[in-house]
Ligand binder design. Structure first.
Ligand code: PHE
Length: 338
C-alpha cells in the first residue's frame, strides 16, 4: 500500500468515526507502533538516499495530515458530546422557583400567646407547674375530699401504684404558687391537663387550661369580675359581654361560672351555643379559706380569687372550630388556615 492509499484510507476511517474510541483506534492503526504509516517510515532504513528523501518527505506530510484529521475529528466529537449533555441535563433557569413551605403556628399556640400577652399586660407572672401531680396537690390541698366524684377512676388518670395522677386541671398551680411565694401574688399558668373521657366533638382525654391566681388584701368578687370582663374583651373583641352564674368548686367559695356571648353567632343563638347566645368558658371564685389555710395563710388577713378556663373551648369559639379533634389531628389542610 502506498502513502496515497494509506492517507485515503485514514481519511475515510476518521470521517466515519462516531466516538473518541474509534478515533483512538484509527490513530493506532495508522500512526501507532505497528501502524501502517509507521511501517513505511521504518522501511526507510533500507532505502537509497534519494528514496529516503522522497518517501520520507511524503510520509511525514501524510503523518501531519492524519494527525490534523484526528485532532479535528476528536474536537468535533467532543463538542457534539457536550451539546448532547447540555440538551439532556439542561436547567431551565427561566422556570419560576418553588416556594418553600412555611409553617404555621398551631391555633392553640396562638391562643396561648394571646393569653400570655393579656395577663402579662395585667401585671401577672407566668408560673409553670408539672403535668404529673401527687393526689395531694391535685386534690387534697385544693379541698377536694377523698369521696369527691372527680377522684373517681373514670375521671382521672392515675399513675400506677405511687399516688401520682396526670393533673386533671391546672388548679394545683395555685398550691405550688402560694407555697413558693409570699403574698401579694398575681400569677398565671398555662398547660396540658388530662381527663379520662370518651373522645367526641367536644371532649378529648387531654386538652389545655389556663388559670390565674391573685392573693392580696381586700380582694373581692368585684375584682374577679372586672378582670374577667377585661380579659374577655381583649380575647374576643370589645363587644363581647360576660355574665357570672353561681356555681360550685371545692377550692373556691363563693364559686362562679362565667359565660361570654357566643363569638360564633354574636349572641343571636347557634348550634355552638345551643341557641342560648351564651357559652360557658370560665370556672372561678374566691380562694376557699381551707385552701389558704392549707398553704399556711391566714384567711382573715389574705383573700384571693382564682379562675380557670379551657383553652380549647376558647380557641374553638374564637376561630369557629366545630370539633376539638381537629386541634389534635395534625391535618395540614386545617392548620394552614391559621
Ligand atoms: N379547675 C376548675 C376546672 O377544671 C376550674 C377552676 C379554676 C375553678 C380556678 C375555680 C377556680 O373546672
Amino acid at each position: 500500500m502506498d502513502i496515497k492509499d494509506i492517507l485515503q484510507l485514514a481519511k475515510d476511517q476518521i470521517n466515519k468515526a462516531s466516538s473518541l474510541e474509534e478515533i483512538e483506534k484509527a490513530r493506532l492503526e495508522f500512526l501507532g507502533r505497528k501502524g501502517k504509516l509507521t511501517e513505511i517510515l521504518r522501511g526507510l532504513a533500507k532505502m537509497s538516499l534519494e528514496q529516503k528523501k522522497k518517501i520520507g518527505g511524503e510520509a511525514n506530510l501524510a503523518r501531519e495530515d492524519i494527525e490534523l484529521l484526528l485532532k479535528n475529528k476528536a474536537k468535533e466529537l467532543r463538542a457534539a458530546g457536550a451539546e448532547k449533555i447540555a440538551e439532556t441535563e439542561k436547567v431551565d433557569i427561566t422556570l419560576p422557583g418553588l416556594a418553600s413551605k412555611i409553617g404555621h403556628r398551631h391555633p392553640l399556640q396562638l391562643i396561648k400567646e394571646k393569653y400570655i400577652e393579656i395577663f402579662t399586660s395585667f401585671g401577672y407572672t407566668l408560673f409553670n407547674t408539672p403535668e404529673i401531680e401527687t393526689e395531694e396537690f391535685n386534690f387534697d390541698l385544693l379541698n377536694i375530699p377523698q369521696n369527691h366524684p372527680a377522684r373517681d377512676m373514670w375521671d382521672t388518670f392515675f399513675v400506677k401504684g405511687n399516688g401520682y395522677v396526670l393533673r386533671t386541671h391546672t388548679s394545683p398551680f395555685q398550691i405550688h404558687c402560694m407555697k413558693k411565694n409570699k403574698p401579694p401574688l398575681r400569677f398565671f399558668a398555662f398547660g396540658r391537663v388530662y381527663r379520662y373521657e370518651q373522645i367526641d366533638a367536644g371532649h378529648s382525654p387531654n386538652f389545655y387550661q389556663c388559670e390565674g391566681l391573685v392573693v392580696d388584701k381586700n380582694i373581692t368578687l368585684a375584682d374577679l369580675k372586672g378582670t374577667i370582663q377585661e380579659f374577655a374583651k381583649q380575647m374576643f373583641g370589645h363587644d363581647v359581654k360576660s355574665r357570672m352564674r353561681q356555681s360550685f368548686f371545692p377550692f373556691t367559695e363563693p364559686s362562679v361560672e362565667v359565660d361570654v356571648t357566643c363569638a360564633v353567632c354574636g349572641g343571636k343563638g347557634c348550634p355552638v351555643c345551643k341557641g342560648t347566645g351564651w357559652v360557658e368558658i370560665i370556672g372561678a371564685g374566691m380562694v376557699h379559706p381551707n385552701v389558704l389555710r392549707n398553704v399556711g395563710l391566714n384567711p382573715a388577713e389574705w383573700q384571693g380569687f382564682a379562675f380557670g378556663m379551657g383553652v380549647d373551648r376558647i380557641c374553638m369559639l374564637k376561630y369557629g372550630i366545630e370539633d376539638i379533634r381537629l386541634l389534635y389531628s395534625n391535618n395540614l389542610k386545617f392548620l394552614e388556615q391559621f
